[in-house]
Design a protein around this ligand. Structure first.
Ligand code: PLP
Length: 508
């Protein structure tokens, strides 16, 4: 007996079609497979529970349905774990402290072990937060605890560790929902990061809903990850990419932005906070204007979420994306928020396990969001770590963080501006986190290397935002960037090192 005779016979071809190779599949089957690829799921796909013995108690494990609410009665629904492995208890529903205590940066710094490192014999001054943030013990310990106590694949097994890991993963989704004030956990898709989230929207939603002659609007402030996917899509579809200009301060020129919007605009994709200049875009107003023309709006929150409250309902965003590693969470995990109705009208991006409700060789029925966009085994442990990071930030209170960072931004801007030959790049009235500058007579890379010798970590280069810097006639800048654990002393060290360079070194 051959393998092909074991395979189910296709009703149209009379062969299995699969073992005989693609050439053997007839046109009807191909058409049907193609149609099925874009078949919408039933509105509420039924859970695929295994048959249980008559009279047996129903286990409260997950199988296929992400349903965090249903898990509140599970044995892992405990109070949040105190930091430290000794007292670790698996958690499900976090209780976010509704009244954060006073913000003491020196206490906060002790939560971040890496800040005690010494570089070239000097205490580390971490001012490269726009590239990535450091991780508190709460996150490091939570990930270790996951691997020590909970590790399992999720959703699909009738054993305790699968229940623990699924609870932890779906609990993290609920934390993200709460953090963004999204209406539902169904709107929260775990991805690798902001870049992957934008590519997912471009390649699934964009390919379905953007056609020849349609227009996509971005701004001059965008990170390359919010430019290139739209360029690729526009080239593929014969659509047009249009760019809203910025002024000398680094603010989007509203009248010019408005002029770009029309009935052909299908999507506006814009950053919440600029990574190169620190500009906070008035995303709520920009979104409202785009909606007036019937366009959907994607907000890139990669540089926003560690600095300010991102409320997707208040902004009225259709999509909102961010990366875990920029908000004190791990690398390799990020979030795509999308309105449920939009996500469920969007074809899946990748196919595989977890995203399907039912598969036969003839057709596949997809799950609704978020599972339809989470094919395969995801980054379970780091999603849990991200949940711990958001809890940590919520406990500190974003208003406290914002106040502290604003004070630092004003202090640092004033101090740097007094240095002869130093030009601040990006002077928007609303700014967060970033102090980009160039120093006359010194290449940005040279400044970065000199600061590194003093233990000060900054980024120097184009920051993956070449159009934004070129708008100011530059190919590169020095970019110190702030986070909640930075202090005035960090900025004093930065200013002293730049002054030293300016005084002591010959021009190149
Ligand atoms: N968008 C902005 C504004 C960014 O600053 C970055 C990274 O610096 C990204 C998107 C891409 O983030 P990731 O590399 O984590 O996907």
């Amino acid at each position: 007996m051959t393998h092909s005779s074991l395979l189910p016979q296709h009703p149209l071809s009379g062969t299995s079609g699969l073992s005989a190779g693609p050439d053997a599949i007839d046109a009807g089957l191909l058409t049907q497979l193609a149609n099925d690829l874009f078949r919408d799921p039933p509105p509420n796909p039924a859970p695929q529970l295994p048959p249980s013995e008559p009279g047996a108690p129903t286990p409260d494990y997950y199988f296929l349905e992400p349903a965090p609410a249903a898990a509140t009665g599970s044995p892992w629904n405990q109070a949040p774990a105190p930091f430290g492995l000794d007292t670790f208890q698996p958690e499900l529903v976090p209780s976010l402290d509704p009244a954060p205590g006073p913000f003491d940066v020196h206490t906060v710094r002790r939560d971040f072990p890496i800040l005690a490192e010494r570089i070239h014999g000097k205490p580390l001054v971490w001012l490269d937060n726009a590239a990535t943030t450091q991780k508190p013990n709460a996150v490091i310990d939570r990930i270790a605890a996951f691997y020590r106590h909970e590790n399992s694949n999720i959703h699909r097994a009738a054993h305790d560790l699968a229940a623990r890991s699924t609870d932890a993963y779906e609990g993290a989704r609920e934390k993200v929902r709460r953090f963004l004030n999204a209406p539902s956990v169904q709107d929260i898709v775990f991805v690798r990061g902001a870049t992957e989230a934008i590519n997912l929207v471009a390649q699934s939603w964009g390919r379905r809903f953007i056609g020849p002659g349609d227009e996509i609007v971005i701004t001059w402030l965008e990170h390359h990850s919010n430019i290139v996917p739209w360029q690729q899509l526009a080239a593929e579809k014969g659509a047009r990419l249009r760019v809203a200009p910025i002024d000398e301060r680094g603010e989007v020129i509203l009248e010019e932005y408005e002029k770009l919007l029309n009935s052909r605009t299908r999507l506006v994709s814009l950053t919440h906070v600029s990574n190169a200049l620190g500009t906070i875009n008035p995303v709520k107003d920009l979104t409202a204007l785009a909606h007036r023309h019937g366009a959907k709006v994607l907000v890139d929150g990669a540089q926003a979420v560690s600095h300010l409250q991102a409320d997707v309902q208040d902004i009225d965003a259709d999509f909102y994306v961010f990366s875990g590693h920029k908000v004190f969470g791990p690398t390799g995990i990020g979030v795509l928020y999308g309105r449920s109705e939009i996500l469920n009208a969007t074809p899946p991006w990748q196919g595989g396990g977890n995203m399907i409700a039912d598969v036969t060789f003839e057709r596949t029925v997809y799950h609704a969001a978020p599972a339809r966009f989470e094919a395969g085994t995801g980054n379970i442990a780091d999603a849990v770590g991200l949940g711990a990071a958001l809890d940590y930030l919520s406990r500190l209170g974003l208003e406290n963080v914002q106040r502290h960072e604003h004070e630092l931004l004003v202090y640092g801007t004033e101090a740097l501006s007094r240095i002869p030959g130093l030009r601040i790049i990006g002077t928007a009235r609303e700014k967060a986190g970033v102090l980009s500058f160039v120093l006359e007579g010194h290449r940005p890379e040279e400044v970065g290397a000199a600061l590194n010798r003093e233990g000060i970590a900054v980024r120097s280069g184009h920051h993956c935002a070449q159009p934004a810097l070129r708008r100011f006639g530059l190919e590169a800048s020095v970019r110190p960037s702030l986070a909640l654990y930075n202090t005035r002393s960090d900025l004093d060290a930065l200013v002293a090192a730049v002054q030293q360079l300016q005084k002591g070194h010959p021009r190149y």
